[in-house]
Design a binder for this molecule. Structure first.
Ligand SMILES: C[S@@+](CC[C@H](N)C(=O)[O-])C[C@H]1O[C@@H](n2cnc3c(N)ncnc32)[C@H](O)[C@@H]1O
Length: 367
């Protein structure tokens, strides 16, 4: 009897969990759309509850679509509904919610992430579905607009943390001292160059090189550098895995960074050997990767485990599997990362926390 009751209770809980899953998945999609069209910013600008017409008007959007979207937001507990004296519906985005949902939120902006699963679904779904039977990877080129999304994500992540918190924490402040004096820095897998441009602006005595395999991202990075009139940077199309071929950049850099850009490469070991090759003998390398354990069981309590594994399933792993690639996936974890860094030749590897960023690990490496 006790066993029967326990089983029924478990079923009840699981059925409730499934309902939550359906609701939250749907809510994420609608929030991603709202974020993209700027509705959270518009609502954040109102000091009191407003009717749908005022919201749609301020956003320059269709009233019927906005009304339906508000239906999702109100039933999902994101936006509050109040009734006017005439019993009309008025809508309000509480400041405590806007603090996590708008572009003003900087590093706390989780709104930007609501676009990620919808974007990866649109671009990667068919390829990933095929992959389940063929084992093949999905070409990076299928993920249209991914670099623009990455740039937006980078901006939200780096603008408040990179220069003021992360860099001063590296090697007890030694890197900032060197940056102020003037050193040569490389950001590998720089995408559209958001992080590199922030560093270059903060440390005009140093010279910065951004490398990425994606020519379109490098073009955009060069355009942004020109637009911002940052002259101590250059961006070059480079395959990190081919850096050891030839002497072009051998020991050319005093500090190398790789933000979130090693795990989805097809040849991550060759890329890390490339970093070793381009680093000066007393240089430092900062590899930033998602904080996770290599052992799946140890990730069970991870606050964003399902989200991160899904991003990996829909993008990082299939992209990394192309051309017979390794396909590490985003959740490859500390143990595997340290092993690969050592295999690439780094004798000094320490795993450090990043101030105000519990979601990433910093692997600080020296030769
Ligand atoms: C997840 S994105 C990270 C971008 C950026 N570092 C950031 O934090 O926003 C990974 C980047 O690695 C680049 N990449 C992938 N394979 C590469 C390779 N073999 N050589 C250089 N860059 C590569 C991709 O083009 C992409 O821009």
């Amino acid at each position: 009897m006790i066993r029967y009751v326990k089983k029924m209770r478990k079923k009840e809980l699981f059925s409730k969990k499934l309902t939550d899953i359906l609701n939250m998945g749907a809510l994420n999609l609608a929030m991603g759309i709202g974020y993209r069209v700027g509705l959270f910013e518009v609502m954040d600008g109102f000091e009191s509850p407003r009717p749908v017409a005022a919201i749609a008007d301020k956003a320059g959007l269709d009233q019927r679509y906005v009304a339906e979207w508000l239906g999702v937001m109100v039933t999902g507990g994101i936006i509050e509904l109040v009734k006017s004296e005439n019993l009309d519906n008025l809508f309000f985005l509480p400041g405590a919610h806007a603090d996590f949902l708008t572009r003003r939120s900087g590093n706390a902006n989780l709104g930007v992430y609501t676009q990620e699963i919808p974007l990866l679904t649109r671009c990667g779904m068919d390829g990933v579905m095929d992959g389940f039977t063929t084992g093949d990877g999905v070409p990076f080129a299928r993920y249209q607009n991914f670099q623009a999304f990455m740039a937006e994500l980078s901006d939200a992540k780096h603008r408040q943390v990179l220069v003021d918190k992360f860099l001063p924490s590296v090697a007890g402040g030694e890197v900032v001292k060197r940056l102020k004096r003037g050193i040569r820095v490389c950001d590998l897998g720089c995408s559209e160059g958001v992080a590199l441009l922030l560093m270059a602006q903060a440390f005009p005595q140093s010279f910065f090189t951004g490398m990425d395999i994606d020519a379109a991202a490098i073009e955009q990075a060069n355009r942004d550098a020109e637009c911002l009139r940052v002259s101590n940077v250059r961006f070059v199309v480079t395959d990190a895995a081919a850096l050891t071929e030839g002497n072009k950049f051998r020991q050319c850099f005093d500090y190398v960074t790789a933000f979130d850009s090693i795990h989805d490469q097809t040849r991550p070991l060759a890329a890390l050997e490339g970093v070793y090759h381009i680093l000066a003998p007393d240089g430092l390398f900062s590899m930033i990767e998602i904080a996770a354990e290599t052992d799946l069981q140890a990730n069970i309590g991870h606050p964003m485990g399902p989200f991160l594994y899904t991003v990996s399933l829909m993008h990082c792993m299939p992209v990394g599997l192309m051309d017979g690639g390794t396909g590490l996936g985003m959740m490859w974890g500390r143990r595997q990362a340290v092993n690969l860094l050592r295999q690439a030749g780094f004798s000094k590897v320490s795993v450090e926390e990043i101030p105000d960023d519990s979601f990433n690990d910093h692997f600080l490496c020296g030769k």
